[in-house]
Ligand binder design. Structure first.
Ligand SMILES: [Zn+2]
Length: 374
């Protein structure tokens, strides 16, 4: 990456840190997932890896259930855990559909409830072949840190809203997509046209892969870019992609009094520069996932949807490298099996992470959802 782009990125990183995460100086949980040696080149091999990832996270979550210590809102944490138990049982059943005799985590009948899934996971992990010990040693601490991230968000909810739980059944997180289907999304752009990089590089790379991803633009960045770029150039920049809104300013839409007015004036401008193939502005994502009922009502009036996410690359964080963003996203794709993946086109890490994610899941049955179908 160009040096001045890196400096710009560093400045943006500082200003765009999630306020709560920033204040707490929180670490994010990362893994390169470098120790799983079988490539995910078939649906069967994706499912073996998926069962293994689900088993480790299930073990970590079950161990945490045994602890009575809960920080923050215990009712929200309990509600979130109940939802996750159900999702994990469903996911594991999906991952068992391709079980061959003697394959990993295929013993016994398919678990129908959380307790059976915990027992099956513990039993499978106890019988793990010796060559998978390095994989387990890499992934277990990753999931312990990942669980901490999620439980922390659940404990803050609903005082601080986020992607952890819905405020309304109309909101989308990605788990409503079919099994093995993923939507790619990018926040905080557009970047300025010089030096080349950022939005220009990400959209070109995604387009070359034949994927239609959703970009959630920030009003302030849009206005800066619009001064340097004609309407035609802006349309060409996002050709084949979906343009959505991330609000006028990068601040919590749960507490900012000007949020709705900012959305309305930005959306009117954005609607005039939509790329070919997109007739209306329908997708919205609030900064940090923070919103309130008033924001949801404004979206409903405008015929727009709130698009959150369930797979966070954490690519904004200083400690996240391209390989670690890729390893984290691949792990979570195997764990959650479907969903909406969050990257940022203002950070360069997606440019390194995505080629590995695409390469490693080719032939695995994974499909990339067309954002126009959202
Ligand atoms: Zn953002």
């Amino acid at each position: 990456m160009h040096r001045s782009f890196r400096i710009l990125t560093a400045l943006l990183c500082t200003s765009l840190l999630a306020p709560s995460a920033h204040a707490a100086g929180l670490k994010v949980s990362l893994t390169e997932r470098s120790q799983w040696r079988s490539p995910l080149t078939s649906p069967q091999s994706f499912d073996v890896a998926s069962r293994a990832e689900i088993a480790v996270f299930t073990e970590v979550l079950a161990d945490s259930d045994a602890s009575t210590e809960v920080e923050g809102n215990a009712a929200s944490v309990a509600k979130w855990k109940e939802r996750m138990h159900k999702v994990l049982v469903e996911n594991f059943a999906k991952a068992r559909e391709t079980c061959a005799t003697g394959a990993l985590f295929c013993e016994g009948s398919v678990p129908k409830d959380w307790e059976t899934l915990v027992a099956t996971s513990r039993m499978g992990l106890a019988k793990l072949p010796a060559d998978l010990a390095p994989w387990y040693a890499e992934q277990k601490p990753f999931y312990q840190g990942y669980l901490y991230e999620l439980v922390r968000l659940a404990g803050l909810f609903p005082k601080t809203t986020s992607e952890i739980l819905p405020l309304s059944p109309s909101e989308r997180f990605g788990l409503e997509l079919p099994d093995r289907s993923f939507l790619l999304t990018f926040d905080d752009g557009p970047t300025s046209p010089t030096p080349k990089g950022g939005t220009d590089a990400v959209t070109a790379m995604v387009r070359a892969e034949g994927i239609h991803a959703a970009f959630f633009l920030l009003g302030n960045n849009y206005e800066t870019r619009r001064k340097a770029t004609s309407v035609e150039q802006l349309r060409a920049l996002y050709a084949g992609m979906c343009v959505g809104s991330h609000g006028q300013e990068h601040r919590s839409h749960a507490t900012w009094a000007g949020a709705v007015a900012g959305m309305e004036s930005f959306h009117a401008k954005l609607a005039e520069t939509l790329p070919e193939g997109q007739s209306k502005l329908t997708l919205f994502r609030p900064p940090y996932g923070q919103r309130n009922p008033e924001i949801l009502q404004a979206l409903e009036r405008a015929g727009m949807k709130n698009i959150l996410w369930n797979i966070d690359s954490q690519d904004w964080h200083a400690s996240t490298t391209g390989p670690k963003a890729a390893g984290r996203v691949l792990s979570l794709m195997l764990l959650w099996r479907h969903g909406t993946i969050l990257f940022h086109d203002i950070h360069p890490k997606a440019l390194e992470a995505l080629p590995r994610i695409w390469r490693d899941t080719r032939g695995s049955g994974v499909s990339w959802v067309d954002c126009h179908d959202e």
